[in-house]
Structure formats: C-alpha cells, structure tokens
Design a binder for this molecule. Structure first.
Ligand SMILES: Nc1ncnc2c1ncn2[C@@H]1O[C@H](COP(=O)(O)OP(=O)(O)OP(=O)(O)O)[C@@H](O)[C@H]1O
Ligand SMILES: [Zn+2]
Length: 728
C-alpha cells in the first residue's frame, strides 16, 4: 500500500501477467511514448489475438525482437498490496498465478450507457373505469412517492399491465428512479447497544487493535447467542471513525438477510454487499467505491478478499470454522487463511469469530499466535440449552419413521406451550437412495459414482454432485416391475411427511437450499419463522447457522451420527461444530431451551463432549488425536486429484506420479487410491495424499515433484489442493 510504484521507461521491457491459467508472466517491449508502472492494466498481443494483462515486473534487457505492449487501458492499476496477495496465494496454493490474478482483476468498464430504471408516481385522478386491481394499485401508491414499478406491482399484488394502464390513463406518471446508493456512509454512533461487562471488555480489546493500526489476529470465541456480532461491530465502528475500510467475510452470502438488517439497525445504512449475484453496473460501481475508499464497509463472500480496498483497516471473518470458506474449484484457497495473509500485507487487524472455532485457529490462539477473547455466556443472562441423548437402540421408531417417542413427546409439550421446535437433518430431498424391491436395482447417477436422491417436491431424482436430474419412473427400469420402487432412508422432505402425520394440527415448514424461489424465498421463510409463524421447522444445515429464532425452545437432531462415519479427518470436528451450532438455536429468547440428539452410539466421544457442555473436553481430545496422527495443524497436508475421461488413464498417470515422488524424512505419500467419489461428472478420479511434518516446506516439495513428474497428457488433469477440507 505504502510502496512507491516503480516507473518503467519506454524502450525497456516488462513482464505482463495474463489472467488465464498460466503461471508465468510474458515479456513485452514497451513502445516509444508509453510510460508504464507496475500494476498497470495493459493490452498485449497473445498468439493471434489481443488480451488484457497486468504489468507484473520490470523485464530483463532490451526488448529487441519481443512483441510490444499495445497500450495501457484506462483503468486504475492493480495496487501493490493486491499484487502481493496474488503472488502469495499462487505460491501457497500452487495455482497458476494468472488464475489468481483473474480473481483480483477488474473487468474493463462497460461503456454502454446505463439504462435508467423507471418508477411511477401517483399524479392524477383515478380513471373513470375502476377495477379492484386498479384500486389496489392506486391505494398502494398513495402519498405520491416515486416507487419502482415492480415494487408497486408486488405491494398491490397486481400485474405490471395494470400499472401500465394507469400510466396510460394519466393517473400515474413515469419518472427515472435515482440510482440506489452503493456506498452510503455508516454512522458509527447511530445506535450503539449497551454492552454487558464481558462484551465491553472484548469490544475494548478489538477497538484497541483497530486503533493500533497494525497486523494482528484475534479469535473472538463466544457461545451461541453471546453477541459476537454486536461486539465486533464496535471494531467496525472504530474503523469507520478512523476513516478506514472494513471487510466482513461471511461463509454464505445467501443467508445474510438478518445480518444486513442488524448492520442497518446499528449503523443506519446497509453495508456494501459483494457476492457473485451482484453483477453488471452495480458490481462496477461497488468496485469503484471500494477502490476510492468511499465504501467503508463491505460484507462479502470469499471473493471479496480480492477487492481493491484503498485503506483497509479491519478484516472480520464471521463463523471462521465454516467449510464454505474453502474454495474447491479453480484456485483452491481457504478464505479465512488468505484473510490473515491479506491482513498481514495491509498491516490491518483480523478478527476471527466463532462459537466453535476450527482446531487450527484454536491452537494458534492457545500458542499465543492469536489473541484469544472469550464470551462464555449468552447475552441477557440466557442459558445455553440443556442437551440430552436419545438412544435409538432402545427408543426405536417403527419402520419408515425417524422420530423417537422421546422426541415426539418433547415436540408435543412444545406445541401445547405454543413454543417452536426445530428438527435438524442434514439431508436434502426425500430419500438418499431409491431401490427396486423386486430386483434390487439402485438408481445411480450416470456421471458420478453416487446414488440419485429422491426429491419429491420437484418430482425428480437428482445427483447432489453434478446436478443430473431424471424423472422418477413408475416402474423399475431394470426388471419392469410396476410400483416396486421404495425410498431408503430419510431426507428433510420425508421427515416433513412424518411430521404432518404425527402432528396434523401443527404449522410446519421445510427449509432447504434447493427449493425454487432461491434466496429471496428463503429470506422470507426465515423471517416468518423468526416471527413465530411456524410451530415446527424442519431443516438442513442452513438452519444451523447464525439465525436468531426467539420462540425456538426445542431442537431435535434426527441423526447425530450422520457425519461421524465418513473417512474425513475432520469428521469429529465438523460434527461437533454443526451439532453445537444447531442446538444453539434453542432458548435464545425469553424461555430456556433444550435439545435432544438421536443416536445409535451414545458413548461416542463427540456426543459425550457435547452433552458435558464443556467444549474444552472436545478440543483437548481432538487436539491429542490430531497430534498423534500428525494431521493439521501438527503436520501439513495436500491432496492431489488425478482425473481423466477413463479409469486406466487416470490410474496410470497417478501411478507414474507416485513413482517419481521422493520421500525424504518427514514426508509421507499415501496412495494412489481411487477417490471415494470415484467418478465425478464423468471423470475418473484417483487420489494421492501428501502428509509432512511441519518443518517441511510443502509447497517447495510439491513444486519440485510436479516438475519431475511426467506432464499430464490427453484428458488427464492433476489438481493440487493444499490444506484439503474435502476428502471425497
Ligand atoms: N449488548 C446487547 N444489547 C442488545 N442486544 C444484544 C446485545 N448483545 C447481543 N444481543 C442480542 O442477542 C442476540 C444474539 O446475538 P448474536 O447473534 O450477536 O450472537 P452470536 O454470538 O453471533 O450467536 P451465534 O453464534 O449463535 O450466531 C441477538 O439478537 C443480539 O441482537
Ligand atoms: Zn452426478
């Protein structure tokens, strides 16, 4: 940020990095009359065409027979801090530098004039011929405010045609709408909450870290409902006072409606919101406002890490333990870890928040690398829910049902008390497997080694890995037996069916990310739940996170064992986190809450630790087992997925790779083995895992290995995943 850009004179050469899957910058000659700086966005010839690139470094020598830079684009140059971040991420993840640049490079501005959005205003008398729809539209426009046409149509539940007819009649006038403010200035003192004593001291420490104006990482660990958001908002407020920018990273931007409302309540305006659905002009304007420093607070998904902040004064990573922070496709980076890197480059403090921190973060805190702030109590004297286990071996629901007697009774009690219950099952759809009772045929995805999931609401069988969809037939495609298909196991839709039969009088709703209507529908539904419009909520993991449902006093976990049996080294940690999060939805309002967890294995250490209410117990046990196994953060890990259009191709390349692996002291190469998801989107996958001790430079090791190894030929691809989070 503070470095002086180096000027590059004409006649010299520059190395230009192109935002494609290339690792190296290419050298070009600088033509006469052009003065370039590092970071300048330029047009250069590449093969037969012209492309955009960024001046990455000063070239060596004079550019005698090199191709020449065509010209500089009229765009702000890439900031040195952002260039450093690109270099760093590429080094760490082994992704081609050009692919990382693509995450950071702004698209050239769109020159087409912006089409004004139009609104209507009530200006004239009602038309002679009135209809109920027209009356509603006029009533909704009462007061003479300028309203977007679509918003008015929705408010009055009329079609756009009704509004057009009122425009034709002269009742409404059409006027351009003002552009919505992309970066209104948040007021740090708009509505300051009164913090509890514990909250105040944590907030003071965070505020001090912003004032110190230097790099440092703080873990804000607070139980569910302790008010972590209110506390880190104080740090954001301080950054605003210092006229510096804040980035708040969120794991899933689709679910941030509640967050936005809270932000607006606290600061009087909405934050700049950055995610993939923000497109076109709005995206450009927000980017420009971020680059100019005008946008003071940006809330965003992973990709917001690569935005051109002018004066970044704070980075917050909300729910830092979330697996969604790991990008799996293309450049596979962990946004939490890269947020720490960006904080270091920008010399800005970083706050990681969670009720259930990742083991990596917690150990960094214990070792003093991170400051550790704790909020051990819920806000307002509220108690954490009491947890109980239901032993499914004894209290077994009848065939085709999934709710035990104990849980049924608890729900009944809640219904009578007019309190809300949440049933949690982390499985979308109706049933995870469909088979033929007569011949045993199972429905499998044609592109993946995975069963098709029955989605009754959509009347389809769906692959959760590649999205393949087919209709559920009436007869078995293998033996043609009619009506012989049966669903095996439960998904949330099937659970909803059971709830409807057991509690016909209850108002119930299923919340799942795959229903039509997208995030807008979900937002409405979550609001309706928070307002108490439903008695029983059935949901997948998306209900586990961050929501505040004041009337929710019971959480029932249908299958607490679900995540524990996978071969993933983080299985225990993930299960602990999701169960602690979801049970944490209970008792956040006036009344205390409780949770019942159904399990076949009540003695499992993860469940025992949960029930004990003492997270230290879990963390201590998990730390010990990771340390014994040399797994992160006690060792380093990387995954290599070798994929190809055919099994022999992927296998032979994987073997060739393994053969040229060196295994010095401290390095272990496991595999090749078929990946658990052996076929994905038609590609056959083999996997190698590299595990090293902490003193090994994993990146250097991998680079040297891949350099020695035969180059992938034909359809073969090798994907490197440093710090893998998924082991499928
Ligand atoms: N000092 C305060 N004054 C008023 N309300 C508060 C205060 N602190 C917290 N709250 C309220 O308590 C509730 C829980 O707070 P918050 O959502 O920040 O907790 P959290 O720690 O983020 O929980 P989770 O980890 O479950 O998401 C919210 O409704 C919040 O507005
Ligand atoms: Zn598939």
């Amino acid at each position: 940020m503070n470095e002086q850009p180096i000027e590059l004179e004409e006649g010299g050469t520059v190395d230009v990095l192109i935002p494609l899957g290339l690792d190296q910058a290419y050298s070009y000659a600088v033509p006469a009359g052009l003065v370039l700086k590092l970071g300048d966005v330029v047009q250069v010839p590449l093969g037969p065409r012209e492309t955009t690139g960024v001046v990455w470094s000063r070239g060596a020598g004079r550019g005698g027979n090199l191709k020449r830079v065509t010209g500089r684009l009229d765009m702000p140059p890439l900031d040195p801090a952002l260039m450093k971040l690109v270099d760093w991420v590429a080094w760490y993840t082994l992704a081609p530098k050009g692919s990382v640049l693509a995450l950071a490079l702004r698209r050239p501005p769109d020159d087409t004039p912006e089409r004004p959005r139009l609104g209507v205003r009530l200006v004239g008398a009602p038309p002679a011929r009135m209809t109920p729809a027209r009356m509603r539209a006029i009533a909704a426009a009462e007061g003479g405010l300028l309203i977007a046409k679509s918003a008015l149509a929705e408010a009055a539940s009329v079609s756009a045609a009704v509004i057009d007819s009122l425009v034709d009649a002269g009742t409404f006038a059409v006027e351009p709408l003002p552009r919505d403010a992309i970066a209104a200035l948040p007021d740090p003192d708009h509505a300051k909450p009164t913090l509890s004593e514990g909250q105040s001291s944590a907030a003071a420490a965070l505020v001090a870290s912003v004032q110190a104006n230097g790099f440092g990482v703080t873990l804000l660990e607070g139980v569910t409902g302790s008010g972590k958001t209110e506390v880190y908002f104080e740090a954001v407020a301080e950054a605003i006072r210092q006229d510096r920018q804040s980035l708040i990273l969120m794991p899933e931007i689709a679910l941030t409606a509640q967050f936005i409302d809270r932000f607006e309540a606290r600061f009087g305006v909405r934050p700049g919101l950055w995610h993939s659905a923000v497109t076109g002009r709005k995206r450009e304007r927000l980017q420009a406002a971020i680059a100019s420093g005008e946008a003071k607070v940006v809330a965003g998904a992973r990709s917001a890490l690569f935005l051109p902040y002018r004066t970044l004064g704070l980075i917050v990573v909300d729910e830092e333990h979330e697996a969604a922070y790991k990008q799996e496709d293309g450049v596979s980076y962990h946004a939490r870890d890269m947020a720490v890197v960006r904080g270091r480059i920008e010399n800005a403090p970083v706050i990681l928040t969670s009720a259930t921190p990742s083991l990596e973060t917690r150990i960094n805190a214990e070792r003093g690398r991170y400051v550790h702030l704790k909020l051990p109590e819920r806000f307002g004297g509220r108690q954490l829910p009491t947890l109980g286990l239901v032993d499914l071996r004894r209290d077994k629901p009848e065939r085709g049902r999934w709710i035990s007697d104990a849980l049924v009774k608890a729900i009944q009690v809640n219904l009578e008390a007019k309190e809300q219950s949440l049933l949690f099952l982390n499985r979308r759809g109706y049933a995870p497997l469909t088979l033929c009772r007569d011949c045993g045929h199972r429905f499998q995805c044609p592109n993946c080694s995975a069963w098709l999931v029955d989605h009754r609401f959509r009347r389809a069988l769906v692959c959760h890995h590649c999205g393949h969809v087919e209709r559920r037939p009436h007869e078995c495609p293998a033996c043609h037996a009619p009506e012989s298909l049966t669903a095996c196991g439960p998904g949330v839709e099937r659970l909803a069916e059971e709830v409807a039969t057991r509690f016909p009088q209850a108002r119930s709703i299923v919340l799942s990310s795959d229903f039509p209507g997208g995030t807008e529908r979900l937002k409405q539904e979550l609001m309706a739940v928070a307002e108490g419009e439903f008695d029983i909520v059935i949901g997948t993991q998306l209900v586990a996170k961050g929501h505040n449902f004041p009337g929710m006093t019971l959480v029932g976990v249908i299958d607490a064992d679900l995540g524990l049996t996978s071969g993933d080294p983080r299985a225990a940690e993930r299960t602990f986190q999701v169960l602690r999060q979801v049970t944490g939805r209970a008792g956040r309002g006036e009344k205390p809450g409780r949770a019942l967890l159904q399990t076949h294995d009540p003695g499992h250490p993860v469940l025992k630790a949960l029930i004990s209410g003492d997270p230290e117990r879990f963390y201590a046990a998990e730390t010990a087992s990771r340390e014994a196994a040399g797994l992160p953060p006690f060792g380093r890990l990387a995954g290599l997925i070798i994929s190809a259009n055919s099994q022999p191709e992927s296998e032979s390349h994987a073997r060739a790779l393994a053969r040229c692996a060196e295994v010095p002291e401290g390095v272990f190469v496991l595999g090749p083995a078929e990946a658990p998801l052996a076929v994905l989107r038609g590609r056959h996958r083999m996997r190698l895992i590299v595990k090293t001790t902490r003193d090994v430079n994993l990146q250097d090791y991998l680079r040297a290995w891949l350099k020695r190894a035969p180059k992938p030929k034909g359809s073969v691809r090798v994907a490197v995943d440093v710090d893998p989070q998924s082991f499928l």
